[in-house]
Design a protein around this ligand. Sequence first.
Ligand code: ADP
Ligand code: MG
Length: 364
Amino acid sequence: MYTFQLKKTYQAFALHVSFSVADDETLVILGPSGCGKSTLLNVITGVVHLDEGSVKQDNTLLVDTKTNTHVPIHQRNIGYIQQKSNLFPHLTIFENLIYGVKNRKSRAYRDELERLLTIFQLNEDVDKRPGELSGGQQQRVSIIRALMSRPSLLLFDEPFSALDNPLRIALREQLIKIKQDLKVPIIFVTHDLEEGYDIGDRVIIMNEGHIVEEGTTSQIFNTPKQIKTAQFLGMKNIWDGRVIDYIDGVSCVDIHGIQLHVNQEIDVGKEIKLGIKSMDVLYVKKHRIESDQRLNLFHGKIMDIKRTYNGFLLAIKVNDLSDHVFMNLPDYVVRTHGIYLHDRITVCINQEKIIVFEDRNETL
Ligand code: ADP
Ligand code: MG
């Protein structure tokens, strides 16, 4: 287990975070560009000097500004993989991999290297120089090199962001496969939501040098507690509301024009915000409208239809609600049901998937 308390201030930026990562855990740090992700990793490795704070491995302090403890960088045993691989251009891949390794002649070392070269499909390329390899292959070499040093902590800084999509996904899958055997704490920094979701056991959402929220991957992605998290994850429906009733485990919330039922007890009279992902707003087929017994059914008019990479995003005007209700629909639903701009439509705002943000004052 590693525990971090990190403070670093630049003229126009302050990083101030505390968190930990367990031995068999992959912690993903997600946040917009400029929020301090790279700075965070750089102070952990020691490349950037910490203003104040500590880095602890189990009960051993590696860095502690109070007691002036600074274990030298090369003794911290950290594997660090960045966006651009930093291989020596004049050495072959093999030479790059064994560079500086003391036990490189040992049987165990050779076997392990062979195993990783096979997993990452680089056996054929060991005699080439980095310039002869693609960006993706170079990144794989960097990963092997980091793993071969038997690190006690592995850091990744947007390692796949310079690669094109299929390759990025392939490398992500390879990493997911090998990380299970590693038993090494991993901190993986990215601004790619899908990558973070796939790789992380736990996720930290960062903004402007601070931790906005931290939780298991499914908690953060499915039931974020902070509005900033929801917005960063792309939640398009966030409404102000006031609780007007509560009966049998269901609260009724007025959101200026419509009343939504929510599966949660909230004090009557309380001002809150409600959110729901556009994919959790459901289409109600025309012949089912009359018989549909669900709560939160609304009729509206389609004000906008946008193509997205996996279907359509619809903006729907419902009653007097000033904000549009956004919903995602897959291609086939739009085609089979003949859904067009300005059509009337009935939607179900799935009461199970509505998220209540009780801290109404959190700034947007
Ligand atoms: P991210 O990796 O999340 O994109 P960075 O950690 O690179 O963000 O940068 C966070 C902030 O710190 C940015 O505003 C950046 O300009 C600032 N910053 C980073 N390094 C330095 C530096 N050496 N001197 C001054 N400001 C810096
Ligand atoms: Mg960065």
